[in-house]
Structures are given as structure tokens and as C-alpha cells.
Design a protein around this ligand. Structure first.
Ligand SMILES: Nc1ncnc2c1ncn2[C@@H]1O[C@H](COP(=O)(O)OP(=O)(O)OP(=O)(O)O)[C@@H](O)[C@H]1O
Ligand SMILES: [Mg+2]
Length: 267
């Protein structure tokens, strides 16, 4: 699929994603890496249904994505919490909006508070939280409605290195623990190649903008993973390989035609 932005001022069109075509399987964790400004956020926004594609199509479970829907949750780079709502109310927000905050919904909120390690902080307001805690709330809020697809746009990039490491481990734990029957599918955008390798089953490498598909790299590291895996030779080899790909800025060998390309998630 292809997408871009039209400038009202100059009436010109600039491409952000060019002929991207790949599938994400149900229950899979896919990371997307690529140079700054290449079109990663644009791609994720399109999957979220916030930005229309120019040609081609995006599908979720065989249905074309035409707009936002509760079957997808997006987590942004910066914690985007309601400052006037408590931790608990922030997490419950989506369920409440969907009129699902019954006994079961409330239990789910309580379970998520525990899952993301915020027990005892339910009544706090966002301003009383650290950056890492804020992102935990963000994550719990995205999970609360039990979406088929979790979309994460550099959710840890504003955190310090240490907190970031902790959050990466937490996310793999949460992603595994929250697989309630049907698999939880995740697409995670990051600049950070080791982060992508640590988290993902496959890493999708985008080229310079407009983003084209350079390669999809399998990450064959056993799960569950903890931080120690980052010191393994296998981990280093995969990370080095992807890093070289990202730095190479090469053109892909073959480009899918704009019109027949489509991207399927959790199909
Ligand atoms: N709302 C917009 N209107 C016009 N152009 C935009 C808009 N948003 C993004 N772009 C352009 O689209 C291209 C891709 O931007 P995008 O934000 O998707 O990149 P990115 O890969 O997420 O970058 P980063 O890694 O820095 O977050 C850039 O050239 C950017 O200037
Ligand atoms: Mg971005």
C-alpha cells in the first residue's frame, strides 16, 4: 500500500510510504525499524485508521481498514493520559466509552493495574507519576478493551535507558500474560534496533523516506526472553545485520506495484 500527504498550500503530494506489502500473523509480535522521518508513524496511523491509504489496501482479519475501531489500540510516544483522571479512570476510559465498565470490566481494570505493576497507585493522577509509570498506564489503557491489534509508536523513547530496559521486559511479560485465548498481535515501531530484536518475532526494516520494504528479518530467539539474551552471540548477530541494513539506505531489489500491494494484519 501507498500513502502520503497533500499540501493544501502548494497543492503538491508527498509520499510517506511507497508500495509497502507484508503480513502480520495473529498472535505475532512484529517490530518496524527505519530511519527517522521515513514514514513509520504514518504507516501506524494508517493501520489505526487515522490516515487513509492512497492506493492498495490494509486489512485486519480479512476486512479492509477504513477508519478507527476498538479492535485496534494505539500507544503513542508520549504518555497521552487524561490529566484530570486517576490511573484507574485512565485505564478504564475505553471500557467506559464502550459501556463495558460492568463488574467484569472493573475486574479487568484491576487485573491490568496489577499486570503493569501499578498496584497501590490506582488513585494517583498522571502528574504524580514518573515517565515509566505513565507509559505503564498508557499500555494498560490500550490493553483494557482487549483489542485484536496493539499498535505501539516508540512508546519507550522518552524514557531513560534503564527504565527503558525494564519496560521492554515488562512489555514481553504483559504481551504474553494478556494472551487471553486468542493471540495478542502487536506492531511496535522503534528507532532502536536492539529493542526491536529483543521484543519481536520478526523485524520489518523500512528504507529512507518514503518508506519501502527493505527486508523482513526473523528473530529466532527462544521465549520467554529476559535482558540476558541481549548478551548472546545470536542476538548480537541479528542486531548487527539489521543495523547494517538500516544504515545501508539501499533501494529494495523489487518493488511491489502500488496498486496490487496490500498489507494484512492478524490475517
Ligand atoms: N501531517 C503531516 N502532513 C504532512 N506531512 C507529514 C505529516 N506527518 C508526517 N509527514 C511527513 O511524512 C514523512 C514521514 O513522517 P513520519 O512521522 O511517518 O516518520 P517517522 O518514520 O515516524 O519518523 P520518526 O522516526 O522521526 O518518528 C515525513 O517526511 C514527514 O515530514
Ligand atoms: Mg514517528
Amino acid at each position: 500500500m501507498t500513502l502520503g500527504y497533500r499540501s493544501a498550500r502548494t497543492d503538491s503530494f508527498s509520499l510517506a510510504c511507497d508500495g509497502l506489502s507484508f503480513d502480520v500473523a495473529e498472535g505475532e509480535f512484529v517490530a518496524i525499524v527505519g530511519p527517522s522521518g521515513c514514514g513509520k508513524t504514518s504507516f501506524l496511523s494508517a493501520v489505526a485508521g487515522l490516515l487513509p491509504v492512497t492506493s492498495g489496501r490494509l486489512e485486519l482479519n480479512g476486512e479492509q481498514i477504513l477508519g478507527p475501531s476498538p479492535d485496534r489500540s494505539l500507544v503513542f510516544q508520549q504518555a497521552s493520559l487524561f490529566p484530570w483522571r486517576t490511573v484507574e479512570a485512565n485505564i478504564a476510559f475505553g471500557l467506559k466509552a464502550q459501556q463495558r465498565l460492568d463488574k467484569k470490566g472493573k475486574d479487568r481494570v484491576a487485573g491490568l493495574v496489577e499486570l503493569v505493576g501499578l498496584s497501590g497507585k490506582e488513585g494517583k493522577y498522571p502528574r504524580e507519576l514518573s515517565g515509566g509509570m505513565g507509559q505503564r498506564v498508557n499500555l494498560a489503557r490500550a490493553l483494557a478493551t482487549d483489542p485484536d491489534l496493539l499498535l505501539l509508536d516508540e512508546p519507550f523513547s522518552a524514557l531513560d535507558a534503564q527504565t527503558r530496559e525494564v519496560m521492554q521486559e515488562e512489555l514481553t511479560r504483559i504481551w504474553q500474560a494478556d494472551r487471553t485465548g486468542k493471540g495478542k498481535t502487536a506492531v511496535f515501531v522503534t528507532h532502536d534496533v536492539p529493542e526491536a530484536v529483543f521484543l519481536a518475532d520478526r523485524v520489518v526494516v523500512f528504507s529512507d523516506g518514503p518508506a519501502r520494504l527493505l527486508e523482513v528479518v526473523e528473530v529466532d530467539l527462544a521465549r520467554p526472553r529476559d535482558a540476558a539474551v541481549k548478551r548472546s552471540a545470536e542476538f548480537q548477530a541479528i542486531s548487527d545485520y539489521i543495523l547494517r541494513l538500516v544504515m545501508s539506505r539501499s533501494q529494495p531489489g523489487r518493488r511491489a506495484s502500488d496498486h496490487d500491494s496490500h498489507t494484512t494484519v492478524a490475517g
